[in-house]
Design a protein around this ligand. Structure first.
Ligand SMILES: [Zn+2]
Length: 204
């Protein structure tokens, strides 16, 4: 967003006008709350404001919907979808911790039962499946891009104990972490080297 557009939208925040409601969402960096531009709460300083074009994007960055202006109402995200996106944001930010359904539910101030049921209704899978996906993606990246020890990678995604971690990875991918790393490096070595000319050079 350029400065001129920012100023325009920020003016609607100052004046509490609804012109940009549903178009932009006001994320306040100091409070981690996301509002409609027309919110009646105290006007945040421009330097603490970021505008998002979707509520989902703001929630993914960890902002919570304002209890006063309720930016999720009348928008394309129903309250249950908001909860699912907030749970995703927690899992994506805190996958390196020992994270349980109870801990995620507590952070969102709902019961574990409600979170499990709502999340599954919205996404079609459970929070545990999502957390596994987030962790697997991170593990694959670390195995490919780093030479970190297997146990270190396990700890980096919140799974303690090298053998426990290896068993988890095996269950999810059919390969051991070391096997996955070896296979990836072998494949990488078979990439043709673009610097080697396939034509013999002849002096003319
Ligand atoms: Zn608000």
């Amino acid at each position: 967003m350029n400065q001129a557009l920012f100023d325009l939208v920020y003016q609607s925040v100052v004046r509490r006008e609804s012109t940009y409601d549903g178009v932009y969402y006001t994320a306040v960096l100091t409070t981690h709350i996301v509002c409609r531009p027309s919110c009646r709460a105290r006007t945040p300083n421009a330097c603490n404001v970021t505008f998002y074009t979707s509520l989902q994007a703001a929630l993914r960055e960890g902002f919570r919907p304002c209890k006063r202006c309720r930016p999720e109402e009348g928008g394309c995200l129903r309250p249950d979808a908001v909860l699912a996106v907030q749970a995703d944001a927690i899992m994506e930010a805190r996958y390196s911790e020992h994270l349980t359904l109870e801990i995620i539910a507590e952070s969102l101030k709902v019961s574990p039962f409600h979170l499990q049921k709502t999340y599954k209704q919205v996404t079609g899978y459970s929070p545990a499946v999502k957390l596994d996906r987030v962790r697997l993606e991170k593990v694959r990246q670390l195995l490919k891009d780093t030479d970190l020890a297997i146990s270190t990678i396990g700890q980096a995604v919140g799974i303690r104990g090298a053998s426990h971690f290896a068993a988890w990875f095996m269950r999810k991918t059919g390969l051991t972490p070391t096997g996955y790393r070896t296979q990836f490096k072998e494949e990488a070595n078979h990439e043709p080297d673009p610097h080697i000319s396939t034509y013999p050079e002849h002096g003319e």
